[in-house]
Design a binder for this molecule. Structure first.
Ligand code: ADP
Length: 677
């Protein structure tokens, strides 16, 4: 086994790999860019090497620096993690050329699988079903028209060098072919420096099912079961689970056999994932093979009890896989949510900044893979994945509920995240029923908000939570103003009924409760039991560990423990629970009456400017001064966290001045363009 390895990655995956290395007694060398110098993963590693400036092209992607660092620090092997160079055949080759071991398959296999056309050909050779289509690079429109008609619409343009869903375009009729081809080619040329495009049947309403395989260098290939990753946004996974509710033992066996057949045909070793698309008739087709550890590997670990990084290390060191196929057991269910720094309410624009508060998660059956802590800087340089929260249960619903509870108390402040969006997905009845397809988010969500009204009982629980906190905070303040009276008159007054009106967006609740915030004789333990009525519905509420001014609240409501995330904003309380996040206003009955007479807030007229909605770098300015533009038209393109986002005009108008240019770094709110008049 290795004594020391270098990890050519950062953030949560670097920490994940370090964890297994520590357990196995393997020393680790981290690498980092300028902005990562004080990151958690750098401190967790035994040694660390500074690579260079923050942009990944000057640090994490510079092969020579990585190889030199590994040699200088006496490493025997390099683990690439995922992303960055993990699927770069030239990286794998140069690592080996330097006399080091690449923890992954051979450079040749990485190259074949990295080319979707070559990979598809390999699958056909191995007898694996592939999506019908034209498996060659196409650029001639007449030829494409002919092939598309043969395949039958809808069709999908796919980049041969693809990844991360970039460059794919679905086409529903011949008149869309030319423009879809153009934009697919432009995007793939930019993203991969390779604009080869091929054509596939676009499968409607499919599910994404992938099989984890592990192969050693002695010919043994194991299937470690499937993961379902149908919950995607723009072809990017958001929620993953293992096993899949759509896969029965017969299908599992078939998919596993096919995945292993492909791995054997390719001469594969180490961890890999074979991605399939499952259509509505139960037929499955090969999509691609990822020649690395996947982001979502924890759920496979949770159901199989295996440590995939350990197996990767053993296999790379030349050891035999320590188990046989019949010893691979899938036990229970695991579901994972990817937590990203992005703002669902603003088209999922990346969010950057400093993490000011961080509520670490622990608990039975919960796994947190995270690379952040309070004080971490979330920059524009890398992708937006902050952490992965996964939960295990003996069955799917138990895992789902544990994950919902975990997200209810996963508190990250300083950057905007998709925590509540992920939680809303988990709380959607179609997700609970397990009937989702890859179109799930598009079908059920607008700007990250479910089209279904939230369940009444969730809103009532939130009304209880915010009232409890508000009332007791008020009480505490009153007590602190009259310390003597509070002490002298400390007899329980549980008979008093308190009344509040609670308003959360369009919903109004009349909340009544009995019970009193009350210290015991030593002044230590507050009264814990309350009777609540929300619009007349009774709830027995206990406050087991009532702490004021904390951002997480734990309440027992009708004998079930619930967690809420809260933030105080003057007389308002922002609360999040089960994927619902709202600002609540709390009024006494008198205040409520007066509030009815308050003038409605005037809608502000926006300034005559276009400001940057996110921090990043201006890539292009799409218009000229004096040009007429229309509301919704993209005027500027900004790159942030590896993503390009168009910034649309807020109005119809004429461009007065352009105050930015390509290459300029901008912050949120910087003026980009001003309009005439
Ligand atoms: P990438 O390597 O860019 O991630 P994939 O081939 O893995 O691309 O595809 C990403 C996602 O795109 C899949 O999970 C699936 O949802 C969708 N997809 C891919 N091929 C098809 C197809 N032929 N029909 C419908 N959806 C597809």
């Amino acid at each position: 086994m290795f004594e020391k390895i270098l990890i050519a990655n950062r953030g949560e995956i670097a920490i994940r790999i370090i964890k297994t290395c520590k357990r196995l007694g393997i020393k680790t060398v981290a690498v980092y860019s300028d902005i990562d110098s004080r990151s958690l993963f750098v401190r967790e590693a035994d040694e660390a090497v500074h690579l260079g400036p923050s942009p990944s092209s000057a640090s994490y992607l510079v092969i020579s620096k990585l190889v030199e660092a590994a040699l200088a620090h006496n490493c025997q092997a390099i683990h690439p993690g995922y992303g960055f160079l993990s699927e770069s055949a030239s990286f794998a080759a140069e690592v080996v050329a330097a006399g080091l071991i690449f923890i992954g398959p051979s450079a040749e296999v990485v190259a074949t699988m990295g080319d979707k056309i070559a990979a598809k050909n390999m699958a056909i050779k191995a007898g694996v079903p592939v999506v019908p289509g034209c498996n060659q690079a196409l650029s001639d429109l007449a030829m494409i028209r002919e092939k598309a008609a043969e395949i039958g619409y809808p069709v999908l343009f796919k980049p041969a060098a693809g990844g991360g869903g970039r460059g794919m375009r679905s086409v529903h009729g011949p008149d869309q072919l030319a423009s879809a081809l153009q934009s697919a080619q432009d995007e793939t040329r930019k993203a991969f420096g390779d604009d080869r495009i091929f054509l596939e049947k676009f499968i409607e309403g499919p599910r994404h099912i992938e099989v984890q395989i592990m192969a050693d260098q002695h010919g043994k290939v194991l299937s470690l079961g499937e993961r379902e990753c149908s919950i995607q946004r723009r072809y990017q996974k958001v929620i993953e689970e293992s096993p899949s509710p759509a896969v029965d033992p017969i299908l599992r066996q078939k998919m596993g056999d096919m995945a292993c057949a492909l791995a054997r045909e390719a001469g594969y070793s180490n961890a890999g994932t074979v991605e399939f698309i499952l259509d509505q008739h139960g037929d499955f087709f090969f999509m691609e093979m990822n020649t690395r550890l996947q982001v979502e590997h924890p759920i496979t670990e949770m159901v199989t009890g295996l440590d995939l990084v350990e197996l990767q290390l053993r296999v790379a060191a030349g050891q035999h896989l320590p188990l046989n196929q019949d010893e691979v057991q899938m036990n229970g269910w695991a579901i994972e949510a990817r937590i990203c720094a992005e703002d669902p309410s603003r088209s999922f624009l990346p969010s950057t900044g400093l993490i000011t508060r961080y509520g670490y998660l622990r608990g039975d059956n919960i796994r947190l893979d995270s690379g952040i802590e309070a004080g971490s800087v979330i920059s524009v340089f890398y992708d937006s994945l902050l952490a992965k929260v996964a939960a295990w249960g003996p069955n799917r619903d138990a895992a789902r509920q544990t994950l919902v509870q975990a997200l209810n108390r996963y508190h990250i402040e300083g950057v905007i995240t998709n925590v509540d969006f992920a939680n809303a997905i988990l709380n959607h009845p179609d997700f609970s029923a397990g009937t989702m397809t890859t179109a799930f988010i598009e079908e059920h969500f607008d700007d990250g908000v479910s089209r279904l009204a939230p369940p009444r009982k969730h809103l009532e629980a939130m009304a209880i939570a915010v009232t409890t906190v508000y009332h007791n905070r008020e009480n505490l303040m009153r007590q602190s103003l009259k310390p003597m009276i509070a002490k002298v008159g400390s007899s329980p007054r549980a008979e008093v009924t308190h009344r509040y009106m609670v308003k959360g967006e369009g919903d109004i609740f009349a909340v009544e409760f009995k019970g009193e915030f009350q210290n015991d004789k030593q002044g230590e333990h507050p009264v814990r039991a309350w009777d609540f009525w929300v619009d007349g519905v009774h709830y027995a509420v206990k406050t087991p560990e009532f702490e004021f001014f904390r951002r997480r609240l734990r309440l027992e409501i009708n004998k079930e423990i619930q967690y809420f995330r809260l933030q105080y904003r003057q007389n308002f309380i922002w609360a999040a629970f089960c994927g619902i996040s709202r600002i609540f206003e709390i009024y006494t009955p008198q205040e409520w009456e007066l509030a009815q007479y308050m003038p409605k807030e005037q809608t502000r007229i926006g300034a005559n400017e276009l400001t940057s909605p996110l921090p990043g770098m201006v890539v292009s300015v799409l218009i000229n001064e004096g040009e007429r533009v229309y509301k919704g038209q993209d005027l500027v393109v900004i790159e942030s966290m590896k993503m390009e986002s168009g910034v649309a005009s807020p109005c119809d108008g004429i461009i007065d001045a352009i105050t930015t240019r390509p290459g300029v770094a901008v912050e949120t709110g910087d003026v980009l363009i001003s309009f005439k008049g």
